[in-house]
Structures are given as structure tokens and as C-alpha cells.
Design a protein. Structure first.
Length: 227
């Protein structure tokens, strides 16, 4: 039997951000899994990654640089959790019929979110995998940078963090500037990122910073443009 026949095929829940990238890095490094595809939620009205606000075109460039297939799950800006779960359920059933029984996530410590994911997967008899679970956020943030990943903050919740952080490079300087009440991985939704380079990519994704806008008087987005 070939060694590749012994690894487990999985789907990977990909946001395009740093936690996804680091979780994928750990999965690939382990040699235990084969990623059948990346799975990303895209808000159809804007053609952007949901929550992160990154253009779908840049998401596709990430998948190309990772040499992985990409499944975009399109939702409307007004979609409910039920709508999301129905769309995901159809995709999961499709992959399950091809021998995929596990979905990996980049979550770190939010117990409610983990329970929500596990309960949804249980409905279709699938399992969840959390490579970063309960690891220290400070150590993860520094490890991400030490590994050579490069990322930019694309969305900032101004209820938690000053809008001046939007569009900044995710580096040691940024980490030292974060207020004490902000998780260095943004695990509580304080900020989101887009990763444009790192050890899992075979090339850097070239980007330019566009406009920075405030939506709903709360969320500040930095538009990234493909170059």
C-alpha cells in the first residue's frame, strides 16, 4: 500500500487569515492528512470573504499558491445561520460521498464556537479537527511570524481596537502595540487578517492597499487590491 493511501482526506475551513494559515501549516507538517479542498464562505453581494472583507480574487490566488482546490460557499449579506448550515451541509455531503469525513478549523479557544461546529458536523456524521486548540495565543502569534508568514489586518472592530490598526502589517511591532485586552490572535473577533506569503505558499501574493472604510459605524476595512 502506498503511504499516501494511509493519510486521512480532510476538508479545510479556510478564511484566508493567519489562524487558518497556521493551522494548515501544522496539518501539512504532520503528514497525517491530505487536504481534499479548502472551504471558504464568500458573501455573494460583495464577492468578498465573509467577515474578512477580502476580495474573492485574492482568495483564489491563495488557493493557487497553495496548490489546493477551493470550494466557495456563497451566502447573501442577510443570510441566517440556517441558510449557512444548509449550504454547508450540501457541500459536506458531496465530499463525504468521496471518503472525506473530517473538517479542520483554525479556532483556538472559543468553546461555544467549537461546540457549534462539532454539532453541525455531527448532523452529517462528520468529525472536526482543531490543530491549534487551547494553544497559547501569544506563542501562536510569535510562532506565526517566526515561521515567515506575512499578513495584513483587513478588518478591525473599532469597539475593541483603534481604526489605525486597520491595514497594518501583522508583525512584532503590531503585537507590542496591541492593548492588553486584545487577544494577539484576534480570537475574540477584534481583527481579521489576510495572509499573502509564508512557508505553505509556493509564491507571494502581490497586493496593494486600497481605501480604508468604516461600515456600520464599527467595522473598519482595508481594501486589498491584486497587483
Amino acid at each position: 500500500m502506498k503511504s499516501e493511501d494511509c493519510v486521512e482526506k480532510i476538508l479545510f475551513s479556510w478564511s484566508g487569515g493567519k489562524d487558518s494559515s497556521l493551522a494548515l501549516h501544522e496539518i501539512l507538517k504532520s503528514g497525517k492528512y491530505k487536504v481534499a479542498a479548502l472551504m471558504t464562505t464568500v458573501t455573494q453581494d460583495y464577492d468578498r470573504i465573509s467577515m474578512h472583507g477580502v476580495r474573492s480574487e485574492l482568495l483564489s490566488k491563495q488557493a493557487e499558491a497553495l496548490n489546493l482546490s477551493l470550494e466557495k460557499m456563497f451566502i447573501s449579506k442577510n443570510s441566517s445561520n440556517m441558510d449557512y448550515e444548509e449550504i454547508m451541509g450540501r457541500l459536506l455531503n458531496q465530499y463525504q460521498s468521496n471518503g472525506v469525513n473530517t473538517v479542520a478549523f483554525g479556532d483556538i479557544f472559543l468553546d461555544d464556537l467549537r461546540r457549534y461546529r462539532e454539532e453541525n458536523l455531527a448532523k452529517v456524521q462528520m468529525n472536526a479537527l482543531f490543530p491549534l486548540w487551547k494553544k497559547d495565543s501569544v506563542n501562536l502569534a510569535e510562532y506565526f511570524i517566526d515561521c515567515g508568514f506575512r499578513a495584513i489586518l483587513t478588518c478591525v472592530d473599532t469597539d475593541c481596537l483603534d481604526k489605525g490598526f486597520c491595514g497594518r502589517e501583522y508583525d512584532l511591532s503590531l503585537l507590542s502595540d496591541l492593548p492588553e485586552n486584545v487577544d494577539p490572535c484576534g480570537e475574540n473577533g477584534e481583527f481579521h487578517t489576510f495572509v499573502y506569503a509564508g512557508p505553505i505558499f509556493d509564491r507571494e501574493i502581490l497586493i496593494a492597499k486600497g481605501d480604508i472604510i468604516l461600515k456600520d459605524e464599527r467595522f473598519c476595512f482595508c481594501d486589498l487590491l491584486p497587483v
